[in-house]
Ligand binder design. Structure first.
Ligand code: MG
Length: 389
């Protein structure tokens, strides 16, 4: 039996607030969808991971999923039902005979639940997880109770929902051709087609992150867990100075700031990112940028300094470490840095796997004292705290 999974991530997630759709907001330093993808990529029973994303989310998905070897995402439709049909169709060529369909916004799905759904699919054509309703249920369409609903036999259902691939593909095509819309889960599509759907016990932790409160609570829980697992706390510092030369702008933390000079250097001369890279390397006792990128090598002529930072973060991750927070100060008489700090934090956040509220960047002048005061160059200072297991 060969099992594919369709991860449905097409929604725009407005209910969760924030600047990003909820599946791309950070929890525990990673996008929600990263945790979801990891659960399935790491599961030995899954042969293919097919993601369905929203139009315009390509770059967000690319950045959230770079470390996984998975197939290209497909672009979803106008509703969840449409997106699922498109994702299921994309699995037909993979050789899979069964498919699980899972919401990207359920990042806490356990390996055990995935295994149990797969195992049940050996006998059943359709299997979904659910939680038996424990609360008393009321039917109150206008806010006034019309009746008390007998909760006996009622389930609140979750994903991953598992199906025979051909069966759910045909059921979706049939619903589409008949103009049936607005079905909010795939079991409903199967039911319409007369398929018998089995319900097995889901898990309360496998809840769907819907509101801003859900995202915050998930983040708090993961941070607490990560902190508990990473008790070896280290601090690192990095300092970098670069001279100005003729040019039309400087790059700091990956953000281009218009100026009548540029920073002199072999790479893009991003002093702020260099200081930050050295701070991380310092925290884990791995030397400095020059250890890994000897100056003058033509390979990193004009290179974006994110490659240096990525290397430092990779070395940290190899030790299963995480960045806890960053504090940077940029010392410059000109250009004016402050208006660009927000953009810098947004650039650094995915590179460090760190929420922007843990990345501080400050700018100050030297009150015209010394070389920096004479606008001959600028300097950047970075302090980071990292946590290791
Ligand atoms: Mg430098």
């Amino acid at each position: 039996m060969s099992v594919a999974v369709v991860i449905v991530a097409g929604g725009s997630g407005f209910r969760a607030g924030g600047e990003l759709p909820k599946q791309y907001q950070l929890i525990g330093g990673r996008p929600v969808i990263w945790w979801t993808l990891k659960a399935f990529v790491d599961h030995p029973g899954i042969c293919h991971v097919q993601t369905v994303i929203g139009a315009g989310h390509e770059a967000l998905f690319e950045s959230a999923s770079t470390e996984f070897t998975i197939g290209r995402p497909v672009i979803g439709g106008n509703s969840r039902q449409d997106s699922c049909r498109i994702g299921i169709a994309a699995c037909l060529a993979t050789g899979a005979t069964k498919v699980l369909i899972h919401d990207a916004a359920r990042p806490f799905v356990s390996a055990d639940l995935i295994s149990r759904i797969i195992s049940e699919l050996e006998q059943a054509e359709a299997v979904i997880p659910g939680i038996a309703v424990a609360d008393t249920m009321k039917f109150a369409p206008g806010g006034t109770i019309e009746k008390t609903v007998d909760r006996q036999g009622l389930w609140s259902v979750q994903t991953p929902q598992g199906f025979n691939l051909q069966t759910i593909h045909q059921a979706h095509l049939q619903a589409h051709e008949q103009g049936v819309t607005g079905l909010t889960d795939d079991a409903a599509v199967a039911e319409k087609c007369g398929v018998k759907v089995r319900v097995i016990a889901g898990h309360p932790e496998n809840h769907k992150l819907t509101t801003a409160h859900d995202i915050r609570a998930a983040n708090d829980m993961l941070i607490q867990k990560l902190n508990f697992e990473h008790q070896d706390i280290r601090v690192g510092q990095g300092i970098d100075f670069h001279e100005f030369e003729d040019g039309d702008g400087v790059i700091l933390c990956g953000v281009r700031i218009p100026h009548d000079r540029k920073l002199k250097g072999h790479s893009d001369a991003d002093a702020a990112m260099h200081a930050l890279t050295d701070a991380i390397l310092g925290a884990i006792g791995e030397g400095d940028i020059g250890t890994f990128f000897p100056p003058g090598n033509p390979e990193w002529k004009d290179a974006a300094s994110s490659m240096f930072l990525n290397k430092a973060v990779e070395l940290l991750h190899r030790r299963n470490g995480i960045v806890a927070n960053v504090d940077m100060t940029i010392l410059a008489e000109a250009p004016h840095i402050a208006p660009h700090i927000g953009a810098m934090r947004i650039v650094l956040s995915p590179l460090l796997h760190l929420a922007t509220d843990r990345i501080a960047i400050k700018a100050t002048t030297t009150e015209k004292l010394g070389a920096i005061g004479r606008r001959e160059g600028l300097a950047a200072f970075a302090t980071v705290m990292v946590r290791l297991p």
